[in-house]
Design a protein around this ligand. Sequence first.
Ligand code: HEC
Length: 219
Amino acid sequence: MKKQILGTILSLTLVGCGAGTERAIDRESLQEGMKKQEVKVLREADILQAAMEWGDEISQEAQKALLTTLQEAIASRGTVGAVEYCNVAALPLMDSLSNAYGVTVRRVSHKLRNPADAPLIEMEEILLEAYVYNEENGLKSESNLQKIDGGETLLYTKPITIGSGLCLSCHGKDEISTETLQKINELYPNDNATGHELNSLRGMWSIKLPKSAVINAKF
Ligand code: HEC
């Protein structure tokens, strides 16, 4: 029952409600009020659309930066060395992107490697659960936008899947070498991020976009 509701949340698109409190005194003020309301609704919708686009852009940039870093680390240090490198480099990379844009970029997972990547707010948990539900039921998961902090912030989320064989050398089953697994267990004693297959759900991007930052960046 709860899961069904979660599934529905994913297909929801947010629009501002712009509830007017003015009382209709005569036709003219009523029309004026409606006009005002129209402008407000349109503007809210524009902000939401811009936030969605920005979330897409930032998540793509973050993904590209991580992948480049990962490939370079594997090339220069080998897979075991790259595990060590990711251990110290992944979170600072998210932080520097966050600072550059005045947003909060995170990777969140239901099968955690770094405990710092656990959902921190209820809305992250809800979205992550919904993506897991979709995967379990063969449904497509899409990027999503929800209002949080009383509407002052927009939470953009997008599923992260095991997109290539490369991921499997540290997140797969038999593909992980003994040395790599040893290093993973040494750095992450409670690791739960192995056993994945190609295209399986690995987690999600979670990007908090303050409305003011969206407006600054996009309007
Ligand atoms: C060289 C080994 C290695 C490879 C290859 C690798 N990862 Fe990871 N992955 C890690 C490590 C180590 C962490 C933990 C990083 C940290 O401590 O911040 C991690 C963390 C993550 C997280 C954050 C969630 C969590 O559980 O902490 C996601 C999402 C993720 N990896 C996805 C991927 C995807 C997708 C690929 C393929 C493009 C990939 N990884 C390839 C080692 C690897």
